[in-house]
Design a binder for this molecule. Structure first.
Ligand SMILES: Nc1ncnc2c1ncn2[C@@H]1O[C@H](COP(=O)(O)OP(=O)(O)OP(=O)(O)O)[C@@H](O)[C@H]1O
Length: 249
């Protein structure tokens, strides 16, 4: 479980995150949703330690990330897997080398064991016999799968996904969402997904935090999202035409 407390971040005069607190549970995807520019990515970066909040705390299974010494921070970092916007694969490395990269950097595992682990993860995300393909030779959905395989290769306790569906068609998006859901459950990891995709919200949003202009306005499950009573959340949810057509029913 990840717990955050009073996370606050300003850029100049602008308060981008205002006292955000909450918990992200183990064994499921926890969604952070909200309109563009509302602070989702800055919150994710604050949680993983890429952007230091002005104040506030992040607890990884009880370990205070910002309050801990260098060794503990490194230990927590080793337990993280990340899927960033756009997949961010190394263009000059093939699929196998991309997935193996965290093992090369973070472990002293023998080559044979690394290859076994890479193949296990590629199989787990539904990719086989593509080890020698270059990123330019595979589809957007496959790139995401490679990115996910790379994110789980080091057996993380925590998985972070920033807009995992960006640039994908709706059908492929659903498959990627289902993969993230399955992996979170099977591997029993705490997964945080930043998204503004209502399909993801309705598909895998068992636990959701809604941000609006840097403030947490609501949290709950997708089953309750259409009757939250929060106007800003309604505006976000029903901005989508399909969702809006359901509103009258
Ligand atoms: N390094 C930075 N310096 C100054 N302002 C920043 C910086 N990073 C983010 N911001 C501002 O913080 C606000 C929140 O940005 P953030 O990227 O978290 O939004 P978001 O909700 O993830 O949006 P999107 O869905 O478009 O990715 C934006 O107004 C952005 O311009």
């Amino acid at each position: 479980m990840i717990k955050i407390q009073s996370i606050t971040k300003t850029f100049g005069e602008r308060v981008v995150l205002n006292e955000i607190s909450g918990t992200f549970e183990k064994g499921k995807p926890n969604l952070i949703i909200g309109a563009s520019g509302t602070g989702k990515s800055v919150l994710l970066k604050s949680i993983v330690g890429l952007t230091k909040p002005d104040y506030g705390q992040v607890f990884y299974d009880g370990r205070d990330f910002y309050g801990s010494d260098r060794e503990t921070k490194i230990e927590i970092r080793r337990e993280m897997g990340m899927l960033f916007q756009g997949g961010a694969l190394f263009d000059s490395k093939n699929v196998e080398q991309n997935v193996m990269f965290p093992l090369d950097v973070l472990t002293k595992m023998p080559q044979e064991e690394k290859l076994e682990r890479v193949n296990f993860c590629l199989k787990r995300v539904g990719l086989e016999n593509v080890n020698s393909k270059m990123p330019s030779e595979i589809s957007g959905g496959m790139k995401k799968r490679v990115g996910i395989a790379r994110a789980i290769v080091n057996n993380p306790n925590y998985l972070f996904c920033d807009e995992p569906n960006s640039g994908l068609d709706p059908q492929t998006s659903i498959l990627i969402d289902e993969l993230i859901l399955d992996l979170s459950e099977d591997l029993d990891i705490t997964t945080i997904v930043v998204t503004h995709d209502m399909n993801s919200v309705m598909g895998i949003g068992e636990k959701i935090m809604f941000l609006y202009k840097g403030v947490k306005l609501w949290e709950g499950a997708n089953t309750d999202i259409t009757h939250s009573g929060v106007k800003e959340l309604d505006d976000f949810v029903f901005a989508n035409k399909v969702m809006n057509s359901l509103r009258g029913k």
